[in-house]
Design a protein. Structure first.
Length: 259
């Protein structure tokens, strides 16, 4: 993954960027999905915070366990993982869906993902893949755009209409030659997804891979997230995946009290 561009200082934080907590948030959020570690200079570049301030705040984050040393660089610490694992609703959802994911992986031998909406992105809560399987692009706790992933299109289709409006009002990033970047085309895809009850994407996120996804609803009908299967395009059976995922989606809605 290419290095993320420099961030306008305080982007998205308003006046909170001037607080110690706001600056600490900028530092922690500077780490992207493919970043194992970052240098002091890179943290300063990405956050717009001076090196001296980053160094001082990083020391406090090191003491807290939110960051760890990687030689002269920094990486996210185990404390960050620990705190994230305590989020009750997400933990309950992950624990409830994991057995279904294991069964889907056993039946298809392909990678299975559980994702939820977080802001304007997909946040992956869980992933089941064979050892050594290089399915891209995903990691647990990783994020991806909504417009080019099967999971994201499900979230767009079954969330409030204002979410799609907000996505369409922004430039759509082209990740591959097949990525949909025209607002009208994406809007039509989302409409069809809502009608079909499942979504597909083929090489829109990564060349050589395709995905199928379905929504997961709680007992009250609230959208909880999306479940997907990702496979190399040359051996994918999208109709089979859609049927298997839909069966799981219906069973979850009928048997689990998750809200």
């Amino acid at each position: 993954m290419a290095s993320t561009g420099p961030r306008a200082y305080g982007d998205g934080l308003g006046q909170g960027a001037n607080s110690v907590l706001g600056k600490a948030r900028l530092i922690l959020e500077a780490f992207q999905i493919d970043d194992d570690d970052l240098s002091l200079s890179e943290l300063s570049r990405r956050t717009g915070i001076s090196k001296a301030s980053v160094h001082r705040l990083a020391q406090e984050l090191l003491d807290w366990g939110m960051l760890e040393r990687a030689g002269t660089d920094y990486r996210l610490g185990m404390r960050a993982f620990e705190l994230g694992s305590r989020v009750p609703r997400l933990r309950v959802l992950r624990d409830a869906i994991r057995p279904y994911m294991d069964n889907l992986h056993f039946a298809t031998k392909e990678t299975v993902h559980l994702g939820v909406l977080d802001g304007l992105e997909v946040l992956y809560l869980e992933k089941v893949a064979a050892r050594g399987q290089t399915t891209r692009p995903s990691r647990i706790a990783g994020r991806m755009p909504l417009h080019c992933t099967a999971t994201g299109k499900i979230l767009l289709a079954f969330s409030a209409p204002t979410l799609l409006e907000e996505i369409l009002a922004r430039p759509l990033e082209r990740r591959t030659p097949s990525t949909i970047v025209l607002p009208g085309v994406l809007a039509e895809q989302v409409r069809k997804t809502r009608s079909a009850g499942h979504s597909t994407e083929s090489e829109e996120t990564a060349i050589g891979y395709c995905s199928v996804a379905v929504p997961l609803f709680g007992s009250s009908g609230l959208l909880l997230g999306a479940l997907s299967i990702t496979a190399p395009t040359f051996r994918a059976h999208t109709a089979q995946y859609a049927a298997a995922l839909t069966a799981v989606s219906r069973r979850v809605a009928a048997t689990h009290q998750i809200n």
